[in-house]
Design a protein around this ligand. Structure first.
Ligand code: PMP
Length: 289
């Protein structure tokens, strides 16, 4: 595997960054998880735009342009002869002193890893996930806004640990007011009486790229949509539920906190949306070669 660091490619065991990088010392940096399917990178521009928005929000200067980063992502896939895979694009604050001020970091570092990622075994896509609600609340947007895809994922990891202890693969996270925010690495959707519902991003979730694709698909499918604050009650009484994320794609949920969602089986709208999503990922995107 060849890994991109600041314009050069390194073998896996040579791909290293400084212990003084504030990305390591403080989780100071931003990242993207991107997917390639069938020789194309899905929604590359959207991912690069979000990376720049995340960086802007934390006043981090990315040392390459949008076009240069896009090209670096494509070149990393070419160097690894990859047509399909998961790309991790990271921009750290760079090397600085041990103090937390970013002012000591002269230049950010860009890392691109092209690999594979299997978030969930195949049977979960067919049978659906059982999840629970975490006690850990999603970080308030007034602190670190979850729209910033930062390297600081401890809030999500704390919730993930709750899931691990309970023996479930994903957990629902609420915001400080108790409304549904998102899961640890995915956005949340439910369907009730033929309408699709998802929390607005101001409820404390990432503006997911897969979420955006699902909003577009719903509109094409004439499935009415409401971006509205949701409680756990709204989740419990929904007919269908699924999560969205670049890594997870679209994964059905069939049980939350012991309550079956609908009849406890993967719903028909969910199956339709999964089919349409696969159709889109296999036929659109930035060409690698
Ligand atoms: N929420 C969080 C916390 C995430 O980390 C992610 C990405 N894995 C998502 C939602 C989904 O975003 P996207 O569809 O852009 O991958």
């Amino acid at each position: 595997m060849k890994i991109f660091i600041d314009g050069e490619f390194y073998a896996e065991d040579q791909a290293k960054i400084s212990v003084f990088d504030h990305g390591l010392l403080y989780g100071d940096g931003v990242f993207e998880g991107i997917r390639a399917y069938n020789g194309r990178v899905f929604r590359l521009i959207e991912h690069i735009d979000r990376l720049f928005d995340s960086a802007k929000a934390i006043l981090l200067t990315i040392p390459l342009s949008h076009e240069e980063i896009s090209e670096a992502v494509l070149e990393t896939l070419r160097q690894n002869q990859m047509q399909d895979g998961y790309i991790r694009l990271v921009v750290t604050r760079g090397v600085g002193s041990l103090g937390l001020s970013p002012s000591t970091c002269a230049k950010g570092s860009i890392i691109i890893i092209a690999s594979s990622l299997q978030l969930y075994p195949k049977e979960f896509y067919e049978e659906g996930l059982k999840i629970i609600t975490a006690s850990t609340r999603r970080t308030t947007p007034a602190g670190l806004n979850p729209s910033v895809k930062s390297l600081n994922y401890l809030n999500n990891i704390m919730a993930k640990i709750e899931g691990n202890l309970a023996g479930v693969k994903e957990v629902l996270m609420l915001n400080e007011e108790g409304y549904v925010a998102e899961c640890t690495g995915d956005n949340v959707f439910v369907i009730k009486n033929g309408t699709l519902y998802t929390p607005p991003t101001y409820a404390g979730g990432l503006g997911g790229i897969t979420r955006q694709v699902v909003l577009e698909l719903a509109s094409e499918m004439k499935l009415p949509l409401k971006e509205i604050e949701m409680t756990r009650y709204d989740v419990f009484v929904s007919d269908e539920m699924f999560l969205t994320g670049t890594g997870a794609e679209i994964i059905p949920v069939v049980n939350v906190d012991g309550r079956d969602i609908g009849n406890g089986k993967v719903g028909t709208w969910t199956k339709k949306i999964i089919g349409a999503y696969h159709q889109l990922t296999s036929t659109t995107g930035a060409e690698i070669f």
